[in-house]
Design a protein around this ligand. Structure first.
Ligand SMILES: O=C(O)CCC(=O)C(=O)O
Length: 242
């Protein structure tokens, strides 16, 4: 752990080959697929990070994002993923780390749409304590061609680069040199942790299967309180930092 902690602090991300067993992954996949199909119950939490093309009623989701899935299926909170990832967050950044929000990001087969380069902090309110850890758990084998994560090792501390919105309600992105970027393929049940200031990205899914990721975001308890006081609960579409 010592080395991984130092690596996380230095580079802003780490890879963990096995966070979950195949049984745990299978359990999560069942819940995940149920939520993807549950369009009514997840409507208020759901958006397409690729932006919407055509009319709302005819839209085909390319990058489905469902915020706070555990508010729809609370059983998620009891799964091993949430417990083990929380312990990792505490070990990496301190015992006051807690779950701020969970989310699902699914790339549909042949959706061929990248998640653009961004820093998560561009979506968040300004916080005096900047510690954060986002655990990105692969529920499928992930590799470059179906959209595994890429990171640029963090060197600039806590700077947030200027971000813009993709058209039609899509994700935030920033233009930045990415020649030092590293792709992180994972087996199901493997994960990465990145902090909110680390640039990351994924290519489009060019394969016949979906690319399912469950993402758990941790930050200090006091900063979660600050967010909630300011009305930030991560329900619904991601909003831009103001
Ligand atoms: O799953 C992806 O493609 C992107 C994930 C992401 O941007 C995040 O976890 O912050």
């Amino acid at each position: 752990m010592g080395n991984l902690r130092l690596e996380f602090i230095k580079d802003g991300y780490i890879k963990i080959n096995t966070l979950l067993s195949s049984n745990e992954v299978n359990n999560l996949r069942t819940i995940y697929d149920e939520l993807l199909l549950e369009k009514d119950k997840t409507r208020h939490l759901r958006s397409d990070l690729a932006g919407v093309e055509g009319s709302e009623s005819r839209k085909i989701e390319r990058i489905t994002q469902i915020m706070r899935p555990s508010t729809v299926i609370p059983e998620l909170l009891k799964t091993k993923a949430y417990k083990v990832a929380l312990q990792w967050a505490k070990d990496l950044l301190g015992d006051d780390m807690e779950l701020d929000f969970d989310m699902m990001i699914n790339k549909a087969p042949h959706s061929k749409t990248e998640t653009p380069w961004h820093q998560d902090a561009a979506y968040w309110i300004a916080m005096p304590d900047k510690r954060s850890a986002s655990c990105w758990i692969a529920l499928d084998e992930v590799y470059v061609e179906n959209g595994c994560m890429w990171f640029v090792p963090k060197r600039e501390g806590y700077a947030i680069l200027p971000h813009k919105n993709l058209p039609n309600g899509g994700a935030l992105y920033c233009d930045t040199p990415t020649d030092k970027a590293e792709s992180i393929p994972l087996s199901p049940g493997g994960c990465t942790f990145h902090d909110g200031y680390t640039l990351h990205y994924s290519k489009g899914n060019c394969t016949d299967s979906q690319r399912r990721a469950l993402i758990l975001n941790f930050r200090p308890e006091k900063m979660i309180d600050l967010e909630r006081e300011q009305g930030v609960d991560h329900l619904g579409e991601r909003k831009q930092r103001v």
